[in-house]
Design a protein around this ligand. Structure first.
Ligand code: HEC
Length: 136
């Protein structure tokens, strides 16, 4: 007895994209949404000289960034902020973080964050996506 061939069209194959990188080439820009937090966590290495990002840890050369998204700028009790940041009226969200991290001195003239600017748009977006995960 012969089996009838299945008449329905096969589902479209998912298109796979294979990115080939030259050894030693610059890392590909951050694109895949799924990887953006991981990329941001990695890029955050440039911040850890001054910032911790774990709940309950004391601030270091910079304020603890755990829970920073949604927090009023300059509001941790255990950190001596500049008057400029403390008085900025900013509540940190993706847009204000984007401006501050692109160029801290331009966003908040007089801020004591003297290093750590992230001019690269993709890298900044990844770091902000990572900062957004630093909450309960
Ligand atoms: C050289 C040390 C240093 C580095 C590196 C640095 N920061 Fe900062 N950061 C500071 C200091 C100091 C402040 C407090 C600024 C003020 O009071 O004006 C600050 C403040 C901040 C704030 C505001 C926090 C709050 O509680 O209002 C954010 C957000 C921030 N930094 C993010 C980052 C990120 C993300 C990086 C890495 C891309 C980074 N910083 C790198 C020193 C640093």
């Amino acid at each position: 007895m012969a089996l009838a061939a299945c008449g329905s069209d096969p589902a479209p194959e998912p298109v796979e994209q294979i990115v080939v990188r030259e050894p030693g080439a610059a890392p590909a820009p951050v694109e895949a949404a799924g990887d953006i937090v991981a990329a941001g966590r990695k890029a955050f290495a440039m911040c850890t000289g001054c910032h911790v990002a774990k709940a309950g840890e004391p601030s270091a050369a910079g304020p603890n960034l755990y829970g920073v998204v949604g927090r009023a700028a300059g509001s941790l009790d255990d950190f001596a902020y500049s008057e400029e940041l403390a008085g900025s009226g900013i509540t940190w969200d993706a847009a204000s973080l984007d401006r501050y991290l692109a160029d801290p001195q331009a966003a908040v003239p007089g801020t004591s964050m003297s290093a750590g600017a992230v001019p690269d748009d993709d890298r900044r977006a990844a770091i902000i996506a990572y900062l957004e995960t630093l909450r309960e």
